[in-house]
Ligand binder design. Structure first.
Ligand code: FE
Length: 204
């Protein structure tokens, strides 16, 4: 019997994380602690309805509307809430602006705090031990691994997200985008450019 094996005390648990989640969900449902339909709704919302396209809209708007940009940098939370981007994991959003002198990069050294209403669910690497430790220690090296090489005169500032504050990086508007509208500009804004581990796409 597998559960008699002293080397594998957890052998009765399904090995696959998805199976474990399913097992937990089944137990919690049976105990009446969760409603599976509500759970599906939440997962669908964060997987399909909320994602980096929200943050991209905010960035594109900031690129073309100086008053919006000013308000965003002053106090982002009500400004993005006005666009309908609020809710769990987005209670206090701070926007930080990239300039030729300063590049901002976001990490959560403690866990995986992230502005969900603007960027959706964090990518796996954002939650990894390696990123969380190295982003602070050797940000330029980490950036290089993401394919981002900054001029030596550009300083890098790393922001540590917490449960109280979640950061949105406002990347620099790429050259050659003069005259482009909000929708086309938003298509250039990548998720990573809003975390600071990437740059916006350049128009082809
Ligand atoms: Fe966290």
């Amino acid at each position: 019997m597998p559960h008699d094996d002293p080397d594998h005390p957890h052998a009765l648990l399904p090995p696959d994380p998805a199976l474990r989640v399913k097992a937990l969900e089944t137990i919690l449902t049976r105990k009446g602690l969760i409603d599976p339909a509500a759970l599906d709704e939440i997962i669908d919302t964060y997987q399909n309805k909320i994602g980096p396209q929200n943050g991209a809209r905010v960035v594109a708007k900031a690129w073309i509307d100086p008053d919006f940009r000013k308000a965003l940098l002053k106090d982002a939370t009500p400004v993005v809430a006005d666009l309908g981007f609020y809710g769990r994991q987005g209670e206090h959003i701070v926007a930080v602006e990239n300039t030729p002198d300063l590049h901002n990069m976001v990490v959560c050294t403690l866990c995986s705090c992230y502005p969900w209403p603007l960027l959706g669910i964090p990518p796996g690497w954002y939650k990894s031990d390696a990123y969380r430790a190295r982003a602070v220690r050797e940000p330029r090296k980490v950036l290089a691994e993401f394919g981002v090489t900054l001029p030596s005169e550009t300083a890098v500032r790393v922001w540590d997200s917490t449960a109280e504050i979640r950061y949105l990086v406002l990347p620099m508007r790429p050259a050659g985008t003069e005259g482009m509208g909000e929708v086309d500009l938003a298509a250039l804004v990548t998720r990573d450019s809003m975390i600071g581990t990437g740059l916006p796409k350049v128009p082809s």
